[in-house]
Each structure stands twice: as structure tokens, then as C-alpha cells.
Design a protein around this ligand. Structure first.
Ligand code: FAD
Length: 465
């Protein structure tokens, strides 16, 4: 039985990053992954394949609908979905292999198999070749992530009724797609297939899309998606989805009446659940919280000595970069260093076109805790680079403390919002005021000038509006 200083169960962004950092800090480290490839949900069936699809779909859409406006003619444009999927798989394959390379470089032992607790320092492994083995570790980190959740009475067959995983691998563009759930993943994938030609209709339980995001941003994004052709049924409760193997019917309740939709594909995006089954938590009495996630303290420690947990399997936003930060922090903490994650500054991005990005508090959150704030807003319509690119939908909105001017939150709908938000996250990490951003020279012509102008608008002195 091989002994390690650190054993990480799960090779997603939380787990593999944690393993690399632990090895960098001098620990003999192993990472156990059952999927057959590293990178977890993110690289295999999440962030990366969805962004590949969104990018390809947007390129097709632009060539199909927008090139003509600027004098580029595309006669004979056609779509080869299988080639698009091959490109996606090639990207995923390259990136997952890249992590194997990083493991070798950092001397992390990659164990291909399923791990479960035998005791607080011993892990049973069902190896990918069918054999059984055990490893022991001084520190064990649970990074087993999450998987698709569904609703009662819905059987996902990944053909007609699909989860995000099936929606990333459709063989052809459906004529009609119904998306259950107007959250980030449903809107991203719905948007990708819409740009490829599908008629997309969303059914959402809440009275608005993107629950948890700043309401003004969510409302504005809703309008933009509607203008792009996406249809919405809000405040709608799905009761049943039936499939005859080639088509599906979706029954939902709205304003007290029953409604039926038909679709070629139904995408179920109602959330994700923590992966704790088959992990042997009961063998060591590791506690879970009310949502079935592994319970941890502020230092990622479970109730069992030397067992930690990070990423989607614990509380917090289910985001790859949050998992990575926690992976690094826990590796540093067990090395006696100061690992820290600032949960007030975790950006969130929706990778549609336009994108939505946000960091820090929303207006609703500030109101709830009675913090007085100022708002600075600037529309991309008045930004020269956005006009040049003909991508002028949306705005930047900065929320700053009324007394101190410290930036408390930033919310963007607009082109490249996911990249723009990085400046604001950095500013918030440094405790910047809106005045600091307003007085920073931003290159012209860039989209970043909209950020500067929004900061100027906090003090009611924007130049270009
Ligand atoms: P995971 O990535 O889920 O990795 C856990 C790994 O552990 C898995 O590979 C699993 O096979 C393995 N495992 C589980 N149990 C065991 C066991 N007992 N033994 C061995 N191995 C085990 N996040 C973003 O930040 N940006 C995005 O753009 C984004 N897009 C997304 C799009 C989609 C369609 C989906 C589904 C998710 C997306 N996410 C995105 C979320 C992101 O993928 C997750 O937050 C992230 O992968 C969580 O990382 P993790 O390491 O905690 O878990």
C-alpha cells in the first residue's frame, strides 16, 4: 500500500489544481479520478465544451445574419454539426491531456479509479482495470464535484430529454428546443442552439431569469434574448415531460392554467447536486449539510481530522474558478501557509452574446442589509469600440458605498463582459473606490472605457453621455 502526504479524490478544477499546488509545496501527492480523463465536469462536460459550442454558434450566426451588413457576402454558407462537435472534442482532449502533462511535471501521481473512504487516512480504490487497491494519506481532500439534478417525473434519456451533457453532443440542430430552467447553463446552451437555427423556448419557475443576479441586469438581458428570438414562459411550473422517443411534450402550469409545449429536444437545467454517493462518507462519519453537500468549516475542514473538502461538493457558487481558489487555499493551509478565498469577490459570467458578468453585491443584496450606495451606469451604445464592432447592447453598472465610495459590486451586460469584469475584481481586491477606477487611464478605443465612464457616472460626471 503506497503512502502519500496528500490524497485528492476527484480530478476536476478543484482537485487537480489542489494536487498541483500541494506537490509544488513539497508534498507527495496523489489524485484519484474515476472519469477516465482529468479536468472534471468543467473540461469534459461543462465550461470548455459549452464555450466551444457557444463560440462556433456565434461565428455561424454572424456569418449567416450579420456579415452582410458590413459588406461581406457568404454565398453557400452551410453547417456541419459533426465537424463542430469534433472540433469541440479536440479542444477538450488537448486540455485534459495538458493536465496529465502538468501532473507529470509536478510529480503528482494520477490514479485512474473510483476512491472511497476505508478510514480517515485510507482510501479504497476500484481501479479502471477492475482491480482493487488502497492508498493512505496524511491529508485527504474531497473534490468530487457535482452532477446533473433533475425534477421528479422527468427521465433524462440524453436524446430527446437531455441534460447539459446531452445538449453538448446533439447530432443535429433541433427544430424546436424547450429549456427547463432560465439559469446560466440553460441560457448558455439554449442560446448556442438558437444561434445555430433552433426555435428555443424557456420555461422558468421564477418570475425572472438568472436568479441571484442583479435584477436590472437580469431584466435587461431578458429583453436582449427576447429580441434575439428566444421565447420565455416565466412563473411557470413544469409538471410533466413525456417522450415518445423522437418528440417530447412538456406540461406546465402558468397563472393557474395548464399549458403544453412540443419539442424535438427538451433540455433540463434545474441545477446540480453534490457528488457524495459511493464515497464511503458513512465509514468515517463525515457530516453533510441540509443540501447533501460535505459540511466544512472556514478552513475547508470536515468534522473528521485531516479530511477536507472543496469545490462543487461544498457550499458556495458552483464555479470552476471558485473550486480552483479553494484547491490552492487548502493546499497552502495544510502546508502551514496562509490560504484564503475572498468570497466577496468571485466573478460570475454568462458566456452568451452579449455576455453577462458580475462581481460583488447586487442592488437587492445591498438593500437587504441597508447599505447606502451610489450607482454609476454607462451604456455600450456610447462606447466607440462597441459601436465599431456593432455590439452595443448592454451597460456597465458600478455600485459604490455612499460614504466611502468603495466599490461594492459591478454588473455588466455587454460585449466581452467576462473579460471586462477582471479589472473590477482586481479593483475590489485592492479595496478601490469608484474614483480610483475613474482616474485610471484606459486605452482608447476599447470596451474598458465603458468601465471608466461608469465609474465617472458614480460621481455624475461621465464625459460621453
Ligand atoms: P468537478 O469538475 O465536478 O470534478 C469532480 C471530479 O471528481 C469529476 O471528474 C468526477 O468524475 C470525480 N469523482 C467524483 N467522485 C469520485 C470518486 N469517488 N472517486 C474518484 N473520482 C471521483 N463553471 C465556471 O466557472 N465557468 C463556466 O463557464 C462553467 N460552465 C459550465 C457549463 C456546464 C454545462 C456545466 C455543467 C458546468 C459549468 N460550470 C462552469 C461549473 C463547473 O464545471 C464546476 O463548478 C466545476 O467543474 C467544479 O469543479 P470541481 O473540481 O469541484 O468538481
Amino acid at each position: 500500500m503506497e503512502n502519500f502526504d496528500v490524497i485528492v479524490i476527484g480530478g476536476g478544477p478543484g482537485g487537480y489544481v489542489c494536487a498541483i499546488r500541494a506537490a509544488q509545496l513539497g508534498h507527495k501527492t496523489a489524485c484519484i479520478e474515476s472519469r477516465g480523463s482529468l479536468g472534471g465536469t468543467c473540461l469534459n462536460v461543462g465550461c470548455i465544451p459549452s464555450k466551444s459550442l457557444l463560440h462556433s454558434a456565434e461565428m455561424f450566426h454572424k456569418a449567416n445574419k450579420e456579415f452582410d451588413k458590413i459588406g461581406i457576402t457568404t454565398n453557400g454558407l452551410s453547417l456541419d454539426v459533426s465537424k463542430m462537435m469534433s472540433h469541440k472534442l479536440k479542444t477538450v482532449d488537448g486540455l485534459t491531456k495538458g493536465i496529465e502533462f502538468l501532473f507529470k511535471k509536478n510529480k503528482v501521481t494520477y490514479i485512474k479509479g473510483h476512491g472511497s473512504f476505508a478510514s480517515n487516512n485510507t482510501v479504497n480504490i476500484k481501479n479502471s482495470d477492475g482491480s482493487d487497491s488502497q492508498v493512505t494519506g496524511k491529508h485527504i481532500i474531497i473534490a468530487t464535484g457535482s452532477s446533473v439534478a433533475t425534477l421528479p417525473n422527468i427521465n433524462i434519456d440524453e436524446k430527446v430529454i437531455v441534460s447539459s451533457t446531452g445538449a453538448l453532443a446533439l447530432e443535429k440542430v433541433p427544430n424546436k428546443m424547450v429549456v427547463i430552467g432560465g439559469g446560466v447553463i440553460g441560457l448558455e446552451l439554449g442560446s448556442a442552439w438558437m444561434k445555430l437555427g433552433a426555435d428555443v423556448e424557456v420555461v422558468e419557475y421564477m418570475d425572472h431569469i438568472l436568479p441571484g443576479m442583479d435584477r436590472e441586469v437580469s431584466d435587461s438581458f431578458h429583453k436582449i434574448l427576447k429580441r434575439q428570438g428566444m421565447k420565455f414562459n416565466l412563473s411557470s411550473k413544469v409538471n410533466k415531460v413525456n417522450s415518445d422517443g423522437s418528440k417530447a411534450t412538456i406540461e406546465f402550469e402558468k397563472d393557474g392554467s395548464n399549458n403544453i409545449l412540443e419539442a424535438d429536444v427538451v433540455l433540463v437545467c434545474v441545477g446540480r447536486k453534490a457528488n457524495t454517493d459511493g464515497l464511503g462518507l458513512e465509514n468515517v462519519n463525515i457530516e453533510k449539510d441540509e443540501k447533501g453537500r460535505v459540511k466544512i468549516d472556514k478552513h475547508f475542514k470536515t468534522n473528521v481530522e485531516n479530511v477536507y473538502a472543496i469545490g462543487d461538493v461544498v457550499v458556495g457558487p458552483m464555479l470552476a474558478h471558485k473550486a480552483e481558489e479553494e484547491g490552492i487555499a487548502v493546499a497552502e493551509m495544510i502546508s502551514g501557509k496562509y490560504g484564503h478565498v475572498n468570497y466577496d469577490v468571485i466573478p460570475g459570467v454568462v458566456y452568451t452574446h452579449p455576455e453577462v458578468a458580475s462581481v460583488g453585491k447586487t442592488e437587492e443584496e445591498l438593500k437587504q442589509v441597508s447599505i447606502e450606495y451610489k450607482v454609476g451606469k454607462f451604456p455600450f451604445m456610447a462606447n466607440s469600440k462597441a459601436k465599431v464592432n456593432d455590439e452595443a447592447d448592454g451597460f456597465v453598472k458600478i455600485l459604490a458605498d455612499k460614504k466611502t465610495d468603495k466599490v461594492l459590486g459591478v454588473h455588466i451586460v455587454g460585449p466581452d463582459a467576462g473579460n471586462l469584469i477582471a479589472e473590477l475584481a482586481l479593483a475590489m481586491e485592492f479595496g478601490a473606490s469608484s474614483e480610483d477606477i475613474a482616474r485610471t487611464c484606459h486605452a482608447h478605443p476599447t470596451l474598458t472605457e465603458a468601465v471608466k465612464e461608469a465609474a465617472l457616472a458614480v460621481d455624475k460626471r461621465p464625459i460621453h453621455m
